[in-house]
Design a protein. Structure first.
Ligand SMILES: Cc1cc2nc3c(=O)[nH]c(=O)nc-3n(C[C@H](O)[C@H](O)[C@H](O)COP(=O)(O)OP(=O)(O)OC[C@H]3O[C@@H](n4cnc5c(N)ncnc54)[C@H](O)[C@@H]3O)c2cc1C
Length: 396
């Protein structure tokens, strides 16, 4: 294993992909600095993440924090119908965290000394020895290795693949959370130990309980959901994405900023279309928010001593619940390639790239097919094993 004690690394984007990679590079001996555009600790908006092995690998293999202290689990996958009856149910355990809980745990391990808030990267260049990142603040920083983990709206992506544009999926995800204890006792009993789906024509909703903001106790858990609803591209979508201040959202409209009439329509539709327990979760949500679902994939992830990882390299619809796992997997594979490289960073990146490109390609194809089944061809069959979550394939 090569150690990089005299080497430095810059990571752009201090979210799950960036922090996981920063921690792994530091373990290899790099002096690592993370630059995050947000001015202070990131706000998770309280939503959930389904935990896959790659996502939690930092905690299972390297951290003194234990994943059991960051997560909740359920034992069933179930589909409800409009009347509330169980259409399909199987025993299957999944674990979850909330984005904020997970982010805080990664940041606690990395520390804040080398985590720089409020720095928006706007360009980079490199020569044979160093890569340099430019920031809108006027700052420039150089290092032996630069990793862009700057998410779905990546500034760097265009420099890797000028043709990699976001392609709208044709539907949006309405997201929200509500305290489990705020729900009717019967609703709690139906939902508390399962991932619950409700599939209706050209749409579906999925929900599961996640940890509360600062507590794993059952009474503090939150029900977290995504309701996938078709909205054609064009003026209808553009209008919907204008927030209450009149600013256009590109990838999301944040909680509390969605125009009231769209929230009212969402809640009315929930009552009309969904199983009563599922509808109650939606109607009880104070500030549902929406995410525009798009796919994008760069055909390159390595360029000399600069790497592109996570959502920056490939972002896709969340049907496989694998976005965080892929970001973490990119980081783990990068660290492994560097560890085997004998100190030649550019050749490590070149060796790392093909398998990660293949992984993003197979994930993207799978989630596009899943989305087509639920939103357009109405062939999403409850219990079909092909519809299971997983980064490497259904259920894997
Ligand atoms: C605040 C927040 C909340 C989220 N909540 C959820 C959730 O509840 N459920 C879920 O499934 N997924 C959530 N995600 C998305 C999820 O983290 C990603 O889909 C996945 O983990 C891949 O992570 P990533 O690190 O590649 O990208 P992201 O998580 O998107 O992180 C990219 C990071 O880069 C920063 N950044 C962007 N551009 C620049 C720039 N030019 N200079 C410096 N920094 C930049 C962003 O502020 C962000 O912190 C959230 C992301 C964020 C940022």
């Amino acid at each position: 294993m090569t150690h990089y004690t005299a080497a430095s690394a810059i990571v752009i984007g201090g979210s799950i992909g960036g922090l996981t990679t920063a921690l792994l590079l530091r373990d290899l001996g790099f002096t690592v600095d993370v630059y995050e555009r947000t001015a202070g600790p990131l706000d998770g908006r309280g939503s959930g993440i389904v935990l896959q092995p790659d996502t939690v690998r930092w905690f299972t293999e390297r951290s003194t924090q234990h994943i059991d202290d960051l997560s909740t689990s359920t034992n069933y996958v179930q589909y409800l119908d409009r009347s509330g009856d169980v259409r399909y149910r199987e025993q299957c355990t999944w674990t979850y965290t909330s984005w904020g809980t997970f982010y805080r745990a990664l940041l606690a391990d990395f520390g804040t000394e080398h985590y720089h808030y409020g720095e928006f990267a706007c360009g980079f260049s490199q020569d044979d020895r160093r890569a340099t990142v430019r920031f809108v603040s006027g700052r420039t920083e150089s290092a032996d290795l630069v990793v862009f983990a700057d998410g779905v709206t990546s500034m760097a992506r265009e420099r890797f693949d000028a043709d990699a544009d976001l392609r709208y999926a044709g539907y949006i995800g309405w997201r929200g959370t509500v305290g489990l204890r705020e729900l009717d006792a019967g609703t709690q009993a139906v939902l508390r130990d399962a991932i619950t789906y409700d599939v209706i024509p050209n749409s579906h909703i999925t929900m599961y309980p996640i940890p509360g903001e600062h507590s794993l106790r059952m009474e503090d858990r939150l029900m977290n959901y995504v309701w996938y609803r078709n909205v054609p591209a064009g003026p209808e979508l553009t209008e919907m994405l204008l927030d209450k201040r009149g600013f256009p959202g590109t990838v999301s409209v944040h909680p509390g900023q969605v125009q009231d009439r769209y929230v009212a329509e969402l809640k009315a539709a929930a009552v009309e279309l969904l199983a009563p327990a599922v509808a109650e979760v939606v109607t009880a949500t104070e500030t549902p928010y929406l995410q525009v679902l798009s796919d994008v994939r760069s055909t390159r992830m390595a360029q000399g001593r600069v790497a592109l990882i996570g959502d920056a390299a490939c972002a896709s619809r969340p049907h496989a619940a694998a976005g965080t796992a892929k970001a973490a997997a990119d980081g783990w594979a990068l660290a492994a390639a560097l560890g085997d490289a004998g100190g030649d960073i550019a050749s490590a990146l070149a060796k790392w790239e093909p398998a990660q490109l293949q992984l993003s390609d197979s994930l993207l194809r799978r989630v596009v097919a899943m989305g087509e089944r639920s939103q357009f061809t109405n062939t999403w069959t409850p219990g079909d094993p092909d519809l299971r979550f997983g980064l490497y394939g259904p259920g894997r």
